[in-house]
Design a protein around this ligand. Structure first.
Ligand SMILES: *Cc1c(COP(=O)(O)O)cnc(C)c1O
Length: 426
């Protein structure tokens, strides 16, 4: 594997290195179990002194291709794939938090993550404080507590489409001496590598742009290898793990301590592992990530410009649209585009939104985002309906907001379909 490969080449060929006569395409190893020649081989795996596969709950060769490729795409030291994006975030948290700990998080995050932090983890004694990501440094620092274990945000907030101020957040995390964890799902590693901007751990829902075809649920945690866990706050990574022959993760695995613990302890005990078939599909999807992200971004900007001029539209939010609040920051942190998500407000609110969506033929109503087909959603009545109106607004969801996941069709056809929708308002 060449270290000099460009991103696009890693998308196509990273993670799999076939030898002469091997299958050209990374094979699907649909097996829970592995075979050993000697008891010593197996004992070595259990003691973590040998590398290899023990049981698919912990690792699998097809899943390993995905993990290796992702490690290269995000320029990390290791990755663990999980059953879903939610599982990735949960394991990333539980790997360093226990009862009595505290999370400091941006408020403008995915509804599922908001609920996980705000309701479910609280039941297990892990508390959270949400902060406005645009608040100044001092104000966010004030929200930290002695038991705060990490700082959390999203590269592109879903669905607020606010661009995270990486410089400010990473300064805050460094001052607090805690890791900075970022959900990079909406940008994908093609548009942003958070490790370049002071982030320590990256999580993704691979169900979105990585798979790209809405076929496979999945998530991944990538370790940048940058955080010093031996600072007195993360005993689970420093002190002996009695469930693993007293292994000390930092001492034994160095800068891969976090990701090793996440695999051998979190996946082993909590079992939120991906199916090899889903990893296989995600690997296929990733082969075109670089091409798809270009077209998603191009189409979304064209559609945003069209909507911006449309008399039925009261506002348009797309980070690369000229005049957008986050235009400058988006060009600082995102490489060649701002991904496929855009939002707009329709004049006439909920009623108009309903009429409009009934007029669409090509663009479908779907909760999903990030696949090849264009889809549309009204978050206030669906994905964010569990939140109070105040919480909705705090997490970037206005009542008239329509979210579009712009696909990779021909943009002229999408615009023609939107015309049909708007014609229903006459
Ligand atoms: C979808 C999504 C998740 C959750 O991922 P699943 O794969 O659906 O579990 C987390 N974060 C963001 C930003 C998402 O869009």
């Amino acid at each position: 594997m060449s270290k000099e490969w460009n991103f696009d080449t890693i998308c196509v060929q990273g993670g799999y290195n076939p030898k002469s006569g091997d299958p050209r395409v990374a094979p699907l190893y649909q097996s829970t179990t592995y075979k050993y020649d000697t008891p010593e081989d197996l004992a070595g795996l259990f003691a973590l002194t040998k590398e290899g596969h023990l049981y698919t709950r912990i690792s699998n060769p097809t899943v390993a291709v995905l993990e290796d490729k992702y490690t290269q795409l995000e320029k990390g030291v290791g990755a663990v794939a999980t059953a879903s994006g939610q599982a990735a975030i949960l394991l990333a948290v539980l790997n360093i938090c226990e009862e009595g700990d505290h999370i400091l998080s941006s408020a403008t995050i995915y509804g599922g993550t908001f609920n996980l932090f705000n309701v479910t983890l609280k039941r297990y004694g892990i508390d959270v404080t949400f902060v406005d990501p645009e608040a100044d440094e001092e104000e966010i620092l004030k929200a930290a507590k002695p038991n705060t274990k990490f700082l959390f945000g999203e590269t592109i907030g879903n669905p607020g489409l606010n661009i995270l101020d990486f410089d400010k957040f990473s300064r805050i995390a460094k001052k607090l001496d805690i890791p900075f964890i970022v959900d990079n799902t909406v940008a994908s590693p093609y548009l942003c590598n958070p490790f370049d901007f002071g982030v320590d751990i990256v999580v993704h829902s691979t169900s979105k742009y990585s798979d790209g075809h809405a076929t496979a649920l999945g998530g991944i945690v990538v370790d940048g290898g940058t955080f010093n866990w031996d600072n007195g706050k993360f005993k689970g990574l420093v002190e002996p793990d009695e469930s693993y022959h007293g292994v000390k993760y930092v001492e034994t695995f160095g800068n891969a301590a976090y990701i090793t613990k996440l695999r051998v302890q979190m996946l082993r005990d909590l079992g939120a592992s991906p199916s090899p078939f889903n990893a296989y599909l995600t690997n296929l999807g990733l082969e075109t990530l670089h091409l798809r992200m270009e077209r998603h971004s191009y189409n979304a900007l064209e559609l945003a410009r069209y909507l911006d001029k449309n008399p039925n539209v009261s506002w348009v939010n797309y980070p690369f649209l000229e005049g957008n609040k986050y235009y400058g920051r988006a060009h600082k942190y995102l490489k060649t585009g701002a991904s496929g998500l855009l939002t707009f407000g329709i004049k006439g609110g909920v009623e108009a939104a309903t009429k409009f969506s009934k007029g669409l033929e090509l663009v479908a109503l779907a909760v999903h985002l990030g696949d090849a087909r264009t889809s549309l959603l009204h978050p206030a009545s669906t994905t964010h309906s569990q939140l109070s109106e105040e919480e909705q607004i705090k997490s970037g969801v206005a009542p008239d907001l329509i979210r579009v996941s712009v696909g990779i069709e021909k943009v002229e056809d999408l615009i023609r379909d939107f015309e049909k929708g708007f014609n229903k308002l006459k």
